[in-house]
Design a protein around this ligand. Structure first.
Ligand SMILES: NC(=O)c1ccc[n+]([C@@H]2O[C@H](COP(=O)([O-])OP(=O)(O)OC[C@H]3O[C@@H](n4cnc5c(N)ncnc54)[C@H](O)[C@@H]3O)[C@@H](O)[C@H]2O)c1
Ligand SMILES: O=C(O)CC[C@@H](O)C(=O)O
Length: 391
Protein backbone atom coordinates (compact mmCIF):
# COMPACT_ATOMS: atom_id res chain seq x y z
CA UNK A 1 0.00 0.00 0.00
CA UNK A 2 1.46 3.39 -1.03
CA UNK A 3 0.66 6.43 1.10
CA UNK A 4 0.21 9.66 -0.86
CA UNK A 5 0.05 12.96 1.00
CA UNK A 6 -2.17 15.43 -0.90
CA UNK A 7 -1.47 19.06 -0.05
CA UNK A 8 -3.96 20.85 -2.29
CA UNK A 9 -7.35 20.28 -3.82
CA UNK A 10 -6.52 17.72 -6.54
CA UNK A 11 -9.09 16.79 -9.19
CA UNK A 12 -10.92 13.57 -8.18
CA UNK A 13 -10.52 12.30 -11.76
CA UNK A 14 -6.76 12.34 -11.22
CA UNK A 15 -6.93 10.80 -7.76
CA UNK A 16 -9.08 7.97 -9.13
CA UNK A 17 -6.02 6.84 -11.16
CA UNK A 18 -4.47 5.76 -7.85
CA UNK A 19 -6.69 2.75 -7.00
CA UNK A 20 -7.78 2.25 -3.38
CA UNK A 21 -6.51 -1.32 -3.58
CA UNK A 22 -2.93 0.05 -3.73
CA UNK A 23 -3.12 3.62 -2.44
CA UNK A 24 -4.06 5.52 0.71
CA UNK A 25 -4.59 9.24 0.10
CA UNK A 26 -4.80 11.81 2.89
CA UNK A 27 -3.96 15.39 3.82
CA UNK A 28 -1.83 14.15 6.73
CA UNK A 29 0.58 11.21 7.06
CA UNK A 30 3.58 10.80 9.28
CA UNK A 31 5.51 8.70 6.72
CA UNK A 32 4.12 9.19 3.20
CA UNK A 33 5.65 7.52 0.14
CA UNK A 34 4.83 10.47 -2.09
CA UNK A 35 3.50 14.03 -2.03
CA UNK A 36 0.93 15.26 -4.55
CA UNK A 37 0.39 19.02 -4.63
CA UNK A 38 -0.40 22.11 -6.70
CA UNK A 39 0.73 25.56 -5.54
CA UNK A 40 1.35 24.68 -1.86
CA UNK A 41 4.77 26.11 -0.94
CA UNK A 42 6.45 22.93 0.23
CA UNK A 43 8.78 23.42 3.18
CA UNK A 44 11.87 21.23 3.62
CA UNK A 45 10.59 19.95 6.97
CA UNK A 46 7.39 18.72 5.28
CA UNK A 47 9.41 16.21 3.21
CA UNK A 48 9.61 13.17 5.50
CA UNK A 49 12.54 10.73 5.05
CA UNK A 50 10.00 8.19 3.69
CA UNK A 51 9.14 10.38 0.65
CA UNK A 52 10.18 8.75 -2.64
CA UNK A 53 8.56 11.14 -5.11
CA UNK A 54 6.85 14.52 -5.34
CA UNK A 55 4.30 15.29 -8.04
CA UNK A 56 3.17 18.80 -8.97
CA UNK A 57 -0.19 18.89 -10.76
CA UNK A 58 0.79 21.86 -12.90
CA UNK A 59 3.74 23.34 -14.77
CA UNK A 60 5.76 25.48 -12.35
CA UNK A 61 7.81 23.67 -9.68
CA UNK A 62 9.22 26.78 -7.97
CA UNK A 63 7.13 25.94 -4.86
CA UNK A 64 9.22 22.78 -4.30
CA UNK A 65 12.77 22.76 -2.88
CA UNK A 66 14.25 21.11 -5.97
CA UNK A 67 17.93 21.15 -4.98
CA UNK A 68 17.13 19.34 -1.73
CA UNK A 69 14.98 16.77 -3.55
CA UNK A 70 17.80 16.05 -6.00
CA UNK A 71 20.28 15.73 -3.14
CA UNK A 72 17.96 13.20 -1.47
CA UNK A 73 17.32 11.31 -4.73
CA UNK A 74 13.64 12.28 -4.89
CA UNK A 75 12.28 12.76 -8.41
CA UNK A 76 9.92 15.73 -8.82
CA UNK A 77 7.27 15.34 -11.51
CA UNK A 78 5.11 17.97 -13.23
CA UNK A 79 2.49 17.97 -15.99
CA UNK A 80 3.97 19.84 -18.96
CA UNK A 81 1.38 21.39 -21.26
CA UNK A 82 -1.61 19.97 -19.36
CA UNK A 83 -2.98 23.40 -18.40
CA UNK A 84 -1.59 25.39 -21.34
CA UNK A 85 -4.94 25.83 -23.09
CA UNK A 86 -6.57 27.24 -19.94
CA UNK A 87 -3.80 29.84 -19.58
CA UNK A 88 -3.95 30.67 -23.29
CA UNK A 89 -7.68 31.40 -23.08
CA UNK A 90 -7.24 33.69 -20.05
CA UNK A 91 -4.38 35.55 -21.73
CA UNK A 92 -6.63 36.16 -24.76
CA UNK A 93 -9.20 37.57 -22.30
CA UNK A 94 -6.36 39.66 -20.79
CA UNK A 95 -5.49 41.05 -24.23
CA UNK A 96 -9.13 42.06 -24.71
CA UNK A 97 -9.18 43.69 -21.23
CA UNK A 98 -5.97 45.52 -22.12
CA UNK A 99 -7.25 46.91 -25.40
CA UNK A 100 -10.89 47.83 -24.70
CA UNK A 101 -12.69 49.64 -21.89
CA UNK A 102 -14.46 46.45 -20.84
CA UNK A 103 -13.92 46.54 -17.06
CA UNK A 104 -14.34 50.32 -16.88
CA UNK A 105 -17.56 50.10 -18.95
CA UNK A 106 -18.96 47.32 -16.76
CA UNK A 107 -18.14 49.27 -13.58
CA UNK A 108 -19.80 52.37 -15.01
CA UNK A 109 -23.02 50.53 -15.88
CA UNK A 110 -23.12 49.11 -12.36
CA UNK A 111 -23.15 52.65 -10.92
CA UNK A 112 -26.53 53.28 -12.55
CA UNK A 113 -28.58 51.14 -10.17
CA UNK A 114 -30.61 54.21 -9.14
CA UNK A 115 -32.10 54.61 -12.66
CA UNK A 116 -35.61 53.29 -13.33
CA UNK A 117 -36.32 54.41 -16.90
CA UNK A 118 -34.80 52.06 -19.52
CA UNK A 119 -35.09 54.59 -22.37
CA UNK A 120 -33.35 57.23 -20.30
CA UNK A 121 -30.65 54.74 -19.40
CA UNK A 122 -30.08 53.76 -23.05
CA UNK A 123 -29.77 57.45 -24.00
CA UNK A 124 -27.24 58.07 -21.21
CA UNK A 125 -25.17 55.00 -22.18
CA UNK A 126 -25.03 56.04 -25.84
CA UNK A 127 -23.75 59.46 -24.73
CA UNK A 128 -21.17 58.13 -22.25
CA UNK A 129 -19.82 55.09 -24.13
CA UNK A 130 -17.13 57.16 -25.84
CA UNK A 131 -15.22 57.06 -22.51
CA UNK A 132 -14.79 53.33 -22.93
CA UNK A 133 -13.58 53.22 -26.53
CA UNK A 134 -10.53 51.06 -27.17
CA UNK A 135 -8.44 49.66 -29.99
CA UNK A 136 -8.52 46.42 -31.91
CA UNK A 137 -5.90 43.73 -31.40
CA UNK A 138 -5.63 43.07 -35.13
CA UNK A 139 -2.59 44.84 -36.51
CA UNK A 140 -0.95 45.24 -33.07
CA UNK A 141 2.29 43.51 -32.11
CA UNK A 142 2.37 40.89 -29.37
CA UNK A 143 5.71 40.02 -27.76
CA UNK A 144 5.77 36.55 -26.23
CA UNK A 145 8.55 35.87 -23.72
CA UNK A 146 8.94 32.08 -23.39
CA UNK A 147 7.65 30.03 -26.31
CA UNK A 148 7.00 26.70 -24.58
CA UNK A 149 3.63 24.99 -24.13
CA UNK A 150 1.70 28.16 -23.24
CA UNK A 151 3.68 30.75 -25.20
CA UNK A 152 3.43 28.79 -28.46
CA UNK A 153 -0.36 28.37 -28.09
CA UNK A 154 -0.73 32.10 -27.44
CA UNK A 155 1.46 32.91 -30.45
CA UNK A 156 -0.82 30.79 -32.66
CA UNK A 157 -4.02 32.30 -31.22
CA UNK A 158 -2.71 35.87 -31.57
CA UNK A 159 -1.77 35.27 -35.21
CA UNK A 160 -5.30 34.08 -35.89
CA UNK A 161 -6.59 37.33 -34.29
CA UNK A 162 -4.58 39.24 -36.90
CA UNK A 163 -1.77 40.30 -34.56
CA UNK A 164 1.89 40.38 -35.50
CA UNK A 165 3.80 38.08 -33.13
CA UNK A 166 7.41 38.43 -32.02
CA UNK A 167 9.03 36.05 -29.54
CA UNK A 168 12.05 35.60 -27.29
CA UNK A 169 13.17 32.26 -25.85
CA UNK A 170 16.89 31.59 -25.42
CA UNK A 171 16.29 27.97 -24.35
CA UNK A 172 13.66 26.90 -26.90
CA UNK A 173 13.44 23.10 -27.19
CA UNK A 174 13.40 21.43 -30.60
CA UNK A 175 9.80 20.24 -30.01
CA UNK A 176 8.67 23.74 -29.06
CA UNK A 177 10.39 25.16 -32.15
CA UNK A 178 8.42 22.71 -34.32
CA UNK A 179 5.14 23.94 -32.78
CA UNK A 180 5.82 27.56 -33.72
CA UNK A 181 4.50 29.01 -36.95
CA UNK A 182 7.24 30.48 -39.14
CA UNK A 183 5.50 33.87 -39.02
CA UNK A 184 6.53 34.32 -35.37
CA UNK A 185 9.54 36.64 -35.56
CA UNK A 186 12.45 35.63 -33.36
CA UNK A 187 13.97 38.46 -31.29
CA UNK A 188 17.63 38.20 -30.28
CA UNK A 189 17.14 39.91 -26.96
CA UNK A 190 14.46 41.13 -24.58
CA UNK A 191 15.26 44.81 -25.10
CA UNK A 192 14.32 44.65 -28.78
CA UNK A 193 11.14 42.70 -27.98
CA UNK A 194 10.13 45.30 -25.37
CA UNK A 195 10.91 48.13 -27.82
CA UNK A 196 8.66 46.72 -30.58
CA UNK A 197 5.64 45.21 -28.82
CA UNK A 198 2.27 46.83 -28.05
CA UNK A 199 1.46 43.92 -25.72
CA UNK A 200 4.01 41.76 -23.90
CA UNK A 201 3.07 38.45 -22.32
CA UNK A 202 5.38 36.41 -20.05
CA UNK A 203 5.43 32.60 -20.18
CA UNK A 204 8.75 31.49 -18.74
CA UNK A 205 9.58 29.68 -15.49
CA UNK A 206 11.00 31.40 -12.45
CA UNK A 207 14.66 30.45 -11.92
CA UNK A 208 17.39 32.40 -10.14
CA UNK A 209 18.24 33.82 -13.59
CA UNK A 210 14.68 34.99 -14.36
CA UNK A 211 13.83 36.45 -10.93
CA UNK A 212 13.23 40.19 -11.39
CA UNK A 213 13.88 39.84 -15.15
CA UNK A 214 11.34 42.57 -15.93
CA UNK A 215 13.07 45.46 -14.16
CA UNK A 216 13.46 49.23 -14.49
CA UNK A 217 16.06 48.97 -17.28
CA UNK A 218 13.93 46.64 -19.40
CA UNK A 219 10.74 48.64 -18.80
CA UNK A 220 12.60 51.77 -19.95
CA UNK A 221 12.78 50.11 -23.42
CA UNK A 222 8.96 49.77 -23.69
CA UNK A 223 7.13 51.24 -26.62
CA UNK A 224 4.92 54.02 -25.17
CA UNK A 225 1.41 52.74 -24.44
CA UNK A 226 2.58 49.17 -23.95
CA UNK A 227 0.50 46.70 -21.95
CA UNK A 228 2.33 44.02 -19.92
CA UNK A 229 0.71 40.69 -18.99
CA UNK A 230 2.17 38.37 -16.36
CA UNK A 231 0.56 34.94 -16.18
CA UNK A 232 3.91 33.27 -15.41
CA UNK A 233 5.04 34.01 -11.83
CA UNK A 234 5.09 37.00 -9.49
CA UNK A 235 8.88 36.82 -8.98
CA UNK A 236 9.70 37.40 -12.68
CA UNK A 237 8.48 40.99 -12.46
CA UNK A 238 9.88 43.71 -10.21
CA UNK A 239 6.54 45.20 -9.12
CA UNK A 240 8.00 48.49 -7.89
CA UNK A 241 9.61 48.98 -11.31
CA UNK A 242 6.21 48.28 -12.92
CA UNK A 243 4.52 50.86 -10.67
CA UNK A 244 7.14 53.44 -11.64
CA UNK A 245 6.70 52.60 -15.34
CA UNK A 246 2.92 52.98 -15.01
CA UNK A 247 3.35 56.28 -13.18
CA UNK A 248 5.77 57.71 -15.74
CA UNK A 249 3.71 56.47 -18.71
CA UNK A 250 6.21 53.96 -20.17
CA UNK A 251 3.59 51.30 -19.43
CA UNK A 252 -0.11 51.87 -20.08
CA UNK A 253 -1.48 48.80 -18.31
CA UNK A 254 -0.34 45.82 -16.22
CA UNK A 255 -2.47 42.67 -16.18
CA UNK A 256 -1.36 39.96 -13.80
CA UNK A 257 -2.41 36.67 -12.25
CA UNK A 258 -0.21 37.47 -9.22
CA UNK A 259 -1.60 40.39 -7.19
CA UNK A 260 0.41 42.05 -4.43
CA UNK A 261 -0.95 44.71 -2.04
CA UNK A 262 0.92 47.59 -3.74
CA UNK A 263 -1.07 46.99 -6.94
CA UNK A 264 -4.56 47.00 -5.45
CA UNK A 265 -6.91 49.83 -6.39
CA UNK A 266 -5.04 51.15 -9.44
CA UNK A 267 -7.12 51.89 -12.54
CA UNK A 268 -4.20 50.89 -14.81
CA UNK A 269 -3.81 47.41 -13.28
CA UNK A 270 -5.97 44.31 -13.68
CA UNK A 271 -5.50 41.70 -10.96
CA UNK A 272 -6.61 38.08 -11.09
CA UNK A 273 -6.26 35.59 -8.21
CA UNK A 274 -3.90 33.07 -9.89
CA UNK A 275 -6.69 31.53 -11.99
CA UNK A 276 -4.73 30.92 -15.19
CA UNK A 277 -5.08 27.15 -14.80
CA UNK A 278 -8.39 27.16 -12.91
CA UNK A 279 -10.65 25.26 -15.28
CA UNK A 280 -12.15 21.81 -14.74
CA UNK A 281 -10.36 20.63 -17.86
CA UNK A 282 -6.88 21.88 -16.86
CA UNK A 283 -7.18 20.63 -13.29
CA UNK A 284 -8.25 17.19 -14.55
CA UNK A 285 -5.54 17.03 -17.22
CA UNK A 286 -2.81 17.96 -14.73
CA UNK A 287 -4.05 15.60 -12.01
CA UNK A 288 -4.44 12.66 -14.40
CA UNK A 289 -1.00 13.20 -15.91
CA UNK A 290 0.86 13.39 -12.59
CA UNK A 291 -1.15 10.60 -10.95
CA UNK A 292 -0.26 8.28 -13.85
CA UNK A 293 3.41 9.28 -13.64
CA UNK A 294 3.45 8.77 -9.86
CA UNK A 295 1.74 5.39 -10.17
CA UNK A 296 4.25 4.24 -12.78
CA UNK A 297 7.15 5.41 -10.61
CA UNK A 298 5.92 3.85 -7.36
CA UNK A 299 5.00 0.53 -9.01
CA UNK A 300 7.88 0.12 -11.42
CA UNK A 301 10.43 2.90 -10.91
CA UNK A 302 9.77 4.36 -14.39
CA UNK A 303 10.23 8.12 -14.73
CA UNK A 304 8.35 10.39 -17.11
CA UNK A 305 8.18 14.19 -16.94
CA UNK A 306 10.51 14.71 -14.04
CA UNK A 307 12.12 18.14 -13.71
CA UNK A 308 15.24 16.87 -11.90
CA UNK A 309 15.66 13.20 -12.95
CA UNK A 310 16.24 11.67 -16.40
CA UNK A 311 13.26 10.15 -18.20
CA UNK A 312 13.58 6.39 -18.12
CA UNK A 313 11.13 3.56 -18.86
CA UNK A 314 11.83 -0.17 -18.85
CA UNK A 315 9.29 -2.97 -19.32
CA UNK A 316 9.37 -5.27 -16.29
CA UNK A 317 11.27 -8.54 -16.55
CA UNK A 318 12.89 -11.10 -14.24
CA UNK A 319 11.93 -11.62 -10.58
CA UNK A 320 12.31 -8.11 -9.19
CA UNK A 321 13.75 -4.68 -9.93
CA UNK A 322 16.25 -2.40 -8.26
CA UNK A 323 15.66 1.34 -8.75
CA UNK A 324 18.88 3.10 -7.77
CA UNK A 325 19.62 6.82 -7.65
CA UNK A 326 23.27 7.79 -7.36
CA UNK A 327 25.63 10.69 -7.85
CA UNK A 328 26.59 11.03 -11.48
CA UNK A 329 30.25 9.99 -11.06
CA UNK A 330 32.25 7.04 -12.49
CA UNK A 331 32.44 3.51 -11.03
CA UNK A 332 29.18 3.46 -9.00
CA UNK A 333 27.27 1.30 -11.48
CA UNK A 334 30.32 -0.97 -11.69
CA UNK A 335 30.29 -1.39 -7.90
CA UNK A 336 26.53 -2.18 -7.93
CA UNK A 337 26.98 -4.80 -10.66
CA UNK A 338 29.99 -6.19 -8.80
CA UNK A 339 27.92 -6.77 -5.65
CA UNK A 340 25.16 -8.45 -7.70
CA UNK A 341 27.75 -10.69 -9.40
CA UNK A 342 29.30 -11.60 -6.03
CA UNK A 343 25.82 -12.65 -4.87
CA UNK A 344 25.43 -14.77 -8.03
CA UNK A 345 22.41 -12.70 -9.18
CA UNK A 346 21.86 -12.43 -12.91
CA UNK A 347 20.92 -9.06 -14.48
CA UNK A 348 18.06 -9.73 -16.92
CA UNK A 349 17.70 -6.19 -18.21
CA UNK A 350 18.85 -2.75 -17.23
CA UNK A 351 18.78 0.94 -18.11
CA UNK A 352 20.99 3.72 -16.83
CA UNK A 353 20.65 7.42 -17.54
CA UNK A 354 21.99 10.60 -16.06
CA UNK A 355 20.89 14.22 -15.81
CA UNK A 356 23.22 16.84 -14.42
CA UNK A 357 24.44 15.58 -11.03
CA UNK A 358 22.03 12.63 -10.80
CA UNK A 359 22.21 9.13 -12.34
CA UNK A 360 19.30 6.72 -12.18
CA UNK A 361 19.28 2.98 -12.89
CA UNK A 362 16.58 0.35 -13.33
CA UNK A 363 18.06 -3.14 -12.97
CA UNK A 364 15.85 -6.21 -13.46
CA UNK A 365 17.15 -9.34 -11.76
CA UNK A 366 16.74 -13.06 -12.37
CA UNK A 367 16.43 -13.84 -8.65
CA UNK A 368 15.36 -12.12 -5.44
CA UNK A 369 17.60 -9.80 -3.42
CA UNK A 370 17.93 -10.37 0.33
CA UNK A 371 18.13 -7.63 2.96
CA UNK A 372 21.91 -8.10 3.49
CA UNK A 373 22.60 -7.36 -0.14
CA UNK A 374 20.24 -4.36 -0.06
CA UNK A 375 22.15 -2.99 2.93
CA UNK A 376 25.46 -3.41 1.07
CA UNK A 377 24.08 -1.69 -2.04
CA UNK A 378 22.76 1.24 0.04
CA UNK A 379 26.13 1.60 1.74
CA UNK A 380 28.06 1.96 -1.54
CA UNK A 381 29.88 5.26 -1.93
CA UNK A 382 27.86 7.62 -4.15
CA UNK A 383 24.59 5.66 -3.93
CA UNK A 384 21.77 7.96 -2.77
CA UNK A 385 18.90 5.50 -2.49
CA UNK A 386 17.96 1.96 -3.51
CA UNK A 387 14.40 0.72 -3.89
CA UNK A 388 13.52 -2.94 -4.30
CA UNK A 389 10.40 -3.46 -6.41
CA UNK A 390 8.92 -6.96 -6.31
CA UNK A 391 6.78 -8.06 -9.23
N1 LIG B 1 -1.00 31.45 -14.16
C1 LIG B 1 -1.05 30.15 -14.03
O1 LIG B 1 -1.93 29.58 -13.42
C2 LIG B 1 0.01 29.32 -14.71
C3 LIG B 1 -0.34 28.09 -15.28
C4 LIG B 1 0.65 27.34 -15.92
C5 LIG B 1 1.96 27.79 -15.94
N2 LIG B 1 2.27 28.96 -15.34
C6 LIG B 1 3.66 29.47 -15.38
O2 LIG B 1 4.03 29.60 -16.73
C7 LIG B 1 5.34 29.04 -16.92
C8 LIG B 1 5.44 28.52 -18.34
O3 LIG B 1 4.59 27.41 -18.50
P1 LIG B 1 4.70 26.45 -19.79
O4 LIG B 1 3.72 25.35 -19.56
O5 LIG B 1 4.62 27.23 -21.04
O6 LIG B 1 6.19 25.90 -19.59
P2 LIG B 1 7.20 25.38 -20.70
O7 LIG B 1 8.30 24.73 -19.96
O8 LIG B 1 6.49 24.59 -21.73
O9 LIG B 1 7.74 26.72 -21.39
C9 LIG B 1 8.59 27.63 -20.77
C10 LIG B 1 9.47 28.25 -21.83
O10 LIG B 1 10.22 29.31 -21.24
C11 LIG B 1 11.49 29.31 -21.89
N3 LIG B 1 12.47 30.07 -21.13
C12 LIG B 1 13.30 29.64 -20.14
N4 LIG B 1 14.07 30.66 -19.73
C13 LIG B 1 13.73 31.75 -20.47
C14 LIG B 1 14.17 33.11 -20.50
N5 LIG B 1 15.14 33.54 -19.69
N6 LIG B 1 13.58 33.94 -21.37
C15 LIG B 1 12.59 33.52 -22.19
N7 LIG B 1 12.15 32.24 -22.22
C16 LIG B 1 12.70 31.38 -21.36
C17 LIG B 1 11.83 27.83 -22.02
O11 LIG B 1 12.83 27.63 -23.00
C18 LIG B 1 10.49 27.26 -22.44
O12 LIG B 1 10.35 27.20 -23.85
C19 LIG B 1 5.45 27.96 -15.84
O13 LIG B 1 6.79 27.73 -15.48
C20 LIG B 1 4.65 28.52 -14.70
O14 LIG B 1 5.46 29.26 -13.82
C21 LIG B 1 1.34 29.74 -14.73
O1 LIG C 1 -2.55 24.72 -9.62
C1 LIG C 1 -2.91 25.80 -10.04
O2 LIG C 1 -4.05 26.23 -9.97
C2 LIG C 1 -1.90 26.73 -10.72
C3 LIG C 1 -0.91 26.01 -11.58
C4 LIG C 1 0.06 26.90 -12.31
O3 LIG C 1 0.56 27.93 -11.54
C5 LIG C 1 1.18 26.08 -12.91
O4 LIG C 1 2.34 26.40 -12.72
O5 LIG C 1 0.84 25.11 -13.61
Amino acid sequence: MHKVLTLNQISPKGLSRLPISDYELAGEFSAPDAILLRSHKLQIEEIAPSVKAIARAGAGTNNIPLALCTERGIPVFNSPGANANAVKELVIAGLALGSRGILEGISYVNTLGHMTDAAEMAKLLEKEKKQFKGNELAGRTLGVVGLGAIGSMIANAALSLGMEVIGYDPALSVDAAWRLPSSVKKMDNLNSLFARADFITLHLPVFESTRGLVNTDLLACCKPGCCLLNFAREEIVDVSAVIRALDNGSLRKFITDFPVPALIGRADVVLMPHIGASTDEAEENCAIMVADQLNDFLRSGNIKNSVNFPNLQLDPSGQCRLAIANHNVPKILGSVLGLLADADINVVDMLNKSRDEIAYNLIDLGSVVDSDLLTKLRALDGVINVRLIQW
